[in-house]
Design a protein around this ligand. Structure first.
Ligand SMILES: Nc1ncnc2c1ncn2[C@@H]1O[C@H](COP(=O)(O)OP(=O)(O)OP(=O)(O)O)[C@@H](O)[C@H]1O
Ligand SMILES: [Mg+2]
Length: 304
């Protein structure tokens, strides 16, 4: 492990922003603005690892409408690093991260992160793990219990409420971590390959749950995956990243699908989006950011 090189190096916070004024566009405030983000890890023997180079993207705030933005890129390219800087866990070496116009200086209750590795407390039961955030906020026991039951039911773990994480499979542990984060209803949800350990059917159910949540809670979800099909299914927008150091190679807006059913994945529209993304992922050359949004679908697009 090494620390990220940061400015200031020892504060554990993001570099000071050029301006503290809230960012705004013609259409309104930006939910998230990442500008010229660079992250380099300092190696022990002086071997620096440049993980992220000049990544910039904006997510506008669309009131009343959830938004899922997917980062797709090869293993080791810097995806987790980008999420960690947005989470406030890692300071940028250069550049800045603004949430609703305010610079990120550390973790905050407005953000929830589901890590790539399972992150539950081993000494708490599944239910206690899920209730943890509510307990910190002083939510009364009965209310905590009721909310935890609801969310455990959604992730299919109600039967295991009294179990300890060590008694669960990898995919079940991951679902506990997801439930623990979702129960806090963060405005910005950061998910780092959260469904990697799940079988296709459970994965499908979890993807559906996430889309439901984004619609219902009007939050923004930053989602990292290697899986092209998952990207097309979930995303409003996909950013295709280069090999390390991560740079944004392409942006693709995914057409809204009217209804998400199992047959959707076999539809020509879905297949076409997958094919385009695959081509972008495996394109040998590194080119500047290009908008690869496909033409509008012929059917009406209201699903997202
Ligand atoms: N704490 C750290 N100290 C030093 N180098 C690190 C650290 N964390 C990540 N790296 C390096 O930064 C690069 C990007 O890592 P990162 O975890 O962001 O990749 P990733 O795209 O999430 O990969 P994967 O898809 O395999 O999870 C890698 O070369 C990795 O070795
Ligand atoms: Mg990762």
């Amino acid at each position: 492990m090494a620390d990220a090189i940061s400015t200031p190096a020892s504060s554990g916070s993001a570099s000071p922003p050029a301006t503290a004024a809230p960012a705004a566009t013609a259409s309104g405030a930006l939910k998230l603005q990442v500008s010229d983000l660079h992250v380099t890890y300092r190696g022990r023997g002086g071997d620096d690892v440049e993980a992220v180079r000049g990544v910039s993207f904006d997510i506008p705030d669309k009131p009343g409408k959830g938004e899922i933005v997917v980062f797709l890129g090869p293993s080791g390219c810097g995806k987790s690093t980008i999420l960690k800087t947005v989470a406030g866990l890692l300071p940028p070496t250069r550049g800045q991260v603004l949430i609703e116009g305010h610079p990120v200086t550390g973790p905050g209750a407005d953000r929830g992160m589901v890590f790539q590795q399972y992150t539950s407390f081993g000494w708490l039961t599944v239910q206690e793990n899920v209730e943890y955030g509510l307990r910190l906020r002083g939510v009364p026991k009965e209310e905590r219990r009721a909310q935890a039951h609801k969310i455990l039911e959604r992730v299919g773990l109600l039967q295991f409420a009294r179990s300890y994480p060590k008694e669960l499979s990898g995919g079940m542990k991951q679902r506990v971590a997801i439930a623990r984060t979702l129960i806090n209803r963060p405005a910005l949800l950061l998910m780092d390959e959260p469904f990697g350990a799940l079988d296709p059917q459970t994965r499908w159910e979890m993807q559906g749950m996430l889309i439901d949540i984004s619609h219902r809670e009007d939050n923004t979800i930053l989602f990292v995956t290697h899986d092209v099909s998952e990207a097309v299914y979930l995303a409003d927008t996909v950013y295709v990243l280069s090999r390390r150091p991560a740079r944004i190679l392409h942006r693709m807006d995914i057409p809204g699908f009217e209804e998400r059913s199992l047959s959707l994945k076999a539809s020509p529209q879905f297949r076409e989006a997958e094919e385009r993304l695959l081509q972008l992922l495996y394109a040998p050359t590194v080119t500047p950011v290009k908008d690869q949004t496909p033409p509008a679908p012929t059917t009406s697009a209201t699903g997202k």
